[in-house]
Design a protein around this ligand. Structure first.
Ligand SMILES: [Zn+2]
Length: 730
């Protein structure tokens, strides 16, 4: 009937969010989010493929508007591409989101070396036209506004507490007299769901979906993630102070340094506020010998975002309106504002302008400190660098880490998510967790500990050279709701007064690997089954769209065309792209290996990489077979089902010195000690090239017999070693 939805991106994956709405009365299409695929195999080709084919045949020119939940690249990064492909409508989002998106898209195109400029260029970014309903005087969050040119289609924004400017978007359509159909796109949800009165965040808390919502589109990235402890603001400041006190005490030297890799948007501003609170409101400076640390925010993008916070606060602070609590996105109740008289001066100190300033507003129990926005090296006294990118994949933080990881007086505090394939993830995995004070304190005594010595090319050192203290505080600073938070958001009856008005709910789970998605599905069901009467919405169903799903008819509550057994175009494309990525990585690692002749330790690292990649390619083969079998509509075997789990398999080491016969077999291949499968495979191939009789056509019969015997020996040795690997991995 009137409204249909299709899930285009981020189905069974965690990036590339993109959904389509088809409003049949006027035959109009709308898009909700248009995110970049990131950090998944094949992402380059998947991004390029975003167009009519993967939009289910809807040409970008046919789409009337793009509604945007928030400014993260995995939700907005392909918007300029839509313009490049003929989209002419506006991007509808909050003013803050528009400011952030404009900055980050321009920054990406201009400054990120790895960005693929074939996707779009600066002109396409400039073509993006924003429409921000919250610029209007009478705008209210949670209220339904008419979608332009449509007689009876409405949309509304509500806060998600995930990022400044982030909103969930609800669409409502009149089906018949008194009957409405409503769908809410949640976007990413913030951690404040569990503690709606929090004073420790710069964002105002989440607004729950309205009671009239029939469908909720929920992101399942964090399904299966256990409940995180919730800290009050004092506890968080205390935990941060505990680490910083140990990091910056004079006992660690005259010029101790702290590096905090942080996302430029949101996390950086939270950290600035927290550090300001710690230094100006507590006796922190006394505890580290009386000298307040300088704080440097060294990304220009972070500075621009801070300035945007400054402006937004200004709006809500100094232009008060009657219904302002319904409009505000930022949190005026943050503890940093308690008792402050000159708020404007404080906001200027924290988030305004650029360059250096002294932050001393309301330094009641503490002292003032120097805060710098811009590239700046402080050589004297304690210093804290807040540096981007938060994932340590590019930007000024790379230089900071290269300079400081070998220093004993440096401390690195991780506060954000980090994909496992990055070198920095190796550092984070060795970091002491904030959850245990003992562990944190011990880290300052013992230094970091790594299971294996690994070469980290990104930082130009090996893990055994890392001397700085590594701490993991990401649990405190998560921008995401945990599983319990997601369940609450979806199902909790938030407004008890209207508990009889809540409509039964159907939930689409998107944006998440199959595993967390399955876990979240079970947890939602459990929540609904066990909740006390009157506290939980009726759960009508949980729907897991996949890449083959067509359009879902909201009024009829069913898929328009049943998903066929045929693999979809985008599914095949994704797999093909993954294979080409894998092969590219293997080739690259092989060239690096060859280039490092004479450096066996670093060579071994590349062999290890190749080994893992070859295993991944093996799993890819199984996946592809599954896909073709799907096309043939035949069952796949359980062994192949397992291959679906994940590509990120760890390497397996075999210690050949453990047995005399193994050690002898390895010696035939010229190997000893701990070896990987790839090492043995490569050694074997090399020997075959040398010893195989076919390579010596002019050999005498006696020589050939000798070569044959040698080949038999080599093959037997390789077989024995492979058998042992097989035993190890099973
Ligand atoms: Zn996000």
């Amino acid at each position: 009937m009137p409204l249909k939805v299709k899930f285009v991106g981020a189905v069974g994956a965690v990036t590339g969010s993109c959904h389509l709405l088809h409003y049949e009365r006027s035959n109009s299409y709308y898009m909700i989010d248009c995110g970049l695929y990131q950090a998944v195999r094949g992402h380059k080709d998947m991004n390029k493929a975003r167009g009519e084919a993967d939009l289910g045949g809807v040409s970008p020119a046919r789409i009337k508007a793009i509604f945007l939940t928030h400014a993260h690249m995995d939700h907005c990064g392909l918007i300029p591409r839509m313009y490049k492909l003929g989209f002419k409508g506006p991007v509808i989002c909050t003013k803050l989101t528009a400011d952030f998106v404009r900055e980050s898209l321009q920054d990406t195109v201009a400054n990120v070396d790895s960005f693929d400029r074939d996707l779009y260029d600066l002109d396409d970014v400039k073509a993006v036209r924003f429409q921000c309903p919250d610029e209007k005087e009478d705008f209210q969050l949670g209220y339904g506004y008419k979608v332009m040119d449509e007689a009876d289609l409405f949309y509304g924004f509500s806060r998600t507490g995930h990022l400044a400017g982030a909103v969930a978007i609800t669409f409502e359509v009149n089906i018949s007299e008194g009957k409405r159909e409503t769908i809410c796109f949640g976007g990413d949800l913030g951690p404040q769901i569990m503690q709606p009165e929090s004073s420790g965040t710069l964002l105002r808390p989440v607004q729950y979906p309205r009671e009239s919502v029939d469908y909720l589109v929920l992101e399942s990235t964090y399904g299966g993630q256990g409940t995180r402890p919730q800290l009050g603001y004092d506890e968080r400041i205390e935990a941060l102070g505990f680490a910083l006190e140990r990091a910056l005490t004079p006992e660690r030297g005259e010029n101790p340094k702290v590096i905090i890799p942080a996302f430029t948007l949101g996390r950086t501003q939270d950290l600035v506020a927290d550090l300001a609170y710690l230094i100006t409101r507590t006796d922190f400076a006394q505890r580290i010998g009386g000298v307040a640390p300088a704080v440097v925010v060294d990304s220009s993008l972070a500075r621009k975002y801070s300035n945007a916070f400054r402006n937004e606060f200004n709006n809500w602070w100094f232009k008060r309106k009657d219904n302002e609590h319904k409009m505000r996105l930022l949190n005026r109740e943050h503890a940093i504002f308690d008792g402050v008289i000159d708020v404007e001066a404080m906001l200027d100190q924290l988030f305004g302008g650029k360059g250096g300033r002294t932050v001393d507003c309301h330094a009641a129990d503490g002292v003032g400190f120097e805060l710098f926005y811009g590239r700046m090296d402080i050589h004297k006294g304690p210093v804290i660098y807040i540096s981007s990118s938060g994932m340590c994949s590019s930007g000024p933080v790379m230089e900071r880490l290269r300079e400081n990881l070998k220093r004993k007086d440096a401390t690195v505090i991780f506060v954000g998510y980090m994909p496992s394939f990055l070198d920095a993830a190796v550092l984070k995995s060795a970091a002491a967790s904030w959850k245990s004070r003992t562990e944190v304190a011990a880290a300052f005594v013992d230094g970091p500990w790594f299971k294996d010595n690994k070469r980290l090319e990104d930082f130009d050192l090996s893990t055994n050279e890392v001397a700085s203290v590594l701490l993991d505080y990401s649990g405190i600073y998560s921008g995401h709701a945990d599983e319990a938070g997601l369940c609450d958001y979806a199902l909790k009856i938030d407004n008890l007064r209207y508990k009889d008005r809540y409509k039964p709910l159907r939930i689409f789970l998107v944006h998440g690997e199959d595993k967390p998605r399955g876990k979240l599905r079970r947890e939602l069901q459990r929540y609904a089954d066990t909740a006390a009467p009157g506290t939980c919405r009726r759960l009508e169903g949980i729907i897991l769209p996949d890449a083959r799903s067509g359009w879902y008819d909201l009024a009829q509550a069913k898929w328009e065309t049943p998903p066929s057994g045929e693999p979809s175009w985008s599914e095949s494309l994704k797999l093909m792209a993954e294979a080409s990525d894998l092969q590219e990585s293997i080739t690259e690692a092989w060239f690096r290996y060859k280039a490092l002749a004479g450096e066996p330790v670093r060579q071994a690292e590349y062999l290890r990489r190749i080994d893992v990649l070859l295993d991944n390619l093996e799993q890819w083969r199984l996946r592809f077979r599954r896909l073709t079998q799907k096309a043939l509509d035949s069952e796949s075997s359980p062994a192949e089902e397992q291959a679906d789990e994940s590509y990120d398999r760890q390497e397996v080491y075999l210690d050949v010195s453990a047995s005399a016969s193994l050690s002898a077999a390895a010696a035939v291949l010229g190997l000893s000690g701990r070896i990987t499968r790839a090492q043995s495979r490569l050694a074997w191939t090399t020997l075959c090239r040398e010893a195989h009789p076919d390579t010596k056509p002019h050999a005498t019969p006696a020589e050939k017999a000798e070569l044959t015997a040698r080949m038999q020996e080599i093959n037997a040795a390789q077989e024995e070693i492979l058998a042992e690997f097989k035993r190890l991995s099973s």
